[in-house]
Design a protein around this ligand. Sequence first.
Ligand code: EPS
Length: 429
Amino acid sequence: MGQFRFITAGESHGKGLTTIVEGMVAGLALEAAYINKELKRRQQGYGRGPRMGIEEDKAEIMSGIRYGLTIGSPIALFIANRDWQNWRETISVAPVDREAEPVTRPRPGHADLAGVIKYGLRDIRPILERASARETAARVAAGAIAKRFLEELGIAIHSHTVAIGGVRAPLRDGSPRHYGLGEASSTDWQQVENSPVRCADAETEKEMIAAIDKAKAEGDTLGGVFELIAAGVPIGLGSHVSWDRRLDGKIAQAIMCINAVKGVEIGAGFPLAGLRGSQAHDVIEPGPPPVTVSLSQSSGRAAEEWTEKAIASEAKQSLPWHHATNRAGGIEGGISNGEDIVVTAVVKPIATLAKPLPSVDLRSGEMVNAHYERSDVCVVPAAGVIGEAMLAIVLADACLQKFGGDNLKETLANYRHYLSFYVVADGGP
Ligand code: EPS
């Protein structure tokens, strides 16, 4: 990561989570309420466990903001763990008289076993505390800052649940997923926000809820698939020139590193394997692109406030060509091509089972059931919100690398200047 970076710290049942975000420009309007809204979205979702009833995630801004505006210095955020009150002895920073009983029954599919060996511990507790998806609250807080910045450039990011267990949402407008242009404009995002499983299709939503209920009753867990869409992305983020500058590579890493994610696709993804070259690509046609995204659609802001979005949209309209489809998911040769960026991720069923899988006790070497305290049944809806945060972080970083600037006005001026010569240059090498 380059211009825009962040690091998180904190154990799941420790005092709280800390994140430090570095590289954000000065002059960006940012309030805790904006970050807290994102934190709340992550906490919702049908299938979460009892822990979410305890926590009410709120970010305390410790630095980097003055009078509601960023000042260019690192932004430190703290999110308290309410549950820490119940774990003060177990997660004590200072030595205690009587240490907690060690966790010695590793859960298949979790970091438990490889973690204790790697870190030379006899207790799995420190591994599971940090491997816990609790850490993703800090990522969502960092991602909210990236999202706020991208809004200024007219870029909006959405997510929705495509599948839970074996239940799959129908394809939009009957066409194969990812193939249409203007994905963001063809989904009812308000409906997604209102859905407990973050799925816009009411019938599928019911089936997903029933599947979660069934898995819960049977002491099991469910995985699924979420989709991310970034709309309003300019042409030219990332680069084909070096492996580590390719935008799709950066996105894949940022999404794959979300807890429980086991697969990432960009655009048409894995089904491309079965297609011929003549079917797999997005034909370039003459004439300006069709207008697909209405200016006020992606957020609650009025159309006239979306100055940058309007400018970007106008710049796109000035091009003498357009893509007929979006199988590439908005990225060709590691460079954003101006279409919606479409990313899909597979979330495995989480490894903590109420009816635990067989394991081996690390102390006795005997066969036992894996460790269980309590857990979620399905985290796919929450994973989509975390995916939005990670995608926002990658895109904010890519925008800052491309357009630079130390204050927002400077960045926006650079952005407008770039858009002003969007049209293919005449002459040159
Ligand atoms: C998690 C186990 C559960 C989840 C937790 C992730 O927590 P606990 O062990 O306290 O019941 O609720 O997720 C969160 C706390 C969160 O904020 O998302 C795990 O083992 O990964």
